[in-house]
Design a protein around this ligand. Structure first.
Ligand code: CA
Ligand code: CA
Length: 144
């Protein structure tokens, strides 16, 4: 089992579809990245990936990254400064807690999809979807 085959082709399709769905609610851009290992802190590694994927280059600085390291069982959700400037520090906590529950039950695809859709709904209040919305960041899953 590696990051690349952790999810089946069908599961990947479902996750990408969820990202498309979530982005109908918000101008925020949601991405999912799957690593094999994460030796250190998941948030630090997620931040590194965030910049590598140029997620800090959205117009409203409202990119969200859901990060998962499949071999080290770590995950994180981080948002860009446009989000962090307007929301409480624990904005992601309830989503993270629910995702953790799914992961504990080995429901990884459902957990990710749930997280993606919840991100869309939560972001809607601060970053509603715009009529002339541009898909600034790919909806495809990024792999190590
Ligand atoms: Ca967009
Ligand atoms: Ca997108």
């Amino acid at each position: 089992m590696t990051a690349r085959n952790f999810f089946s082709k069908l599961e990947i399709k479902r996750i990408v579809a969820a990202i498309q769905e979530a982005e109908k609610d918000t101008s925020g851009e949601i991405r999912v990245h799957i690593d094999n290992f994460c030796k250190g802190d998941a948030i630090e590694r997620a931040t590194e990936v965030f910049f590598k994927l140029k997620m800090n280059e959205t117009a409203l600085r409202n990119g969200v990254l859901i990060y998962l390291a499949v071999k080290d069982h770590k995950f994180a959700i981080i948002g860009d400064e446009g989000i962090n400037n307007v929301v409480e520090n624990d904005f992601w906590e309830d989503i993270k807690n629910d995702m953790t529950q799914s992961f504990r039950n080995n429901l990884f695809t459902d957990g990710i999809i749930y997280g993606v859709l919840r991100c869309g709904k939560k972001l809607k209040a601060y970053f509603p979807h715009q009529e002339n919305d541009i898909d600034e960041l790919s909806n495809e899953i990024s792999f190590e």
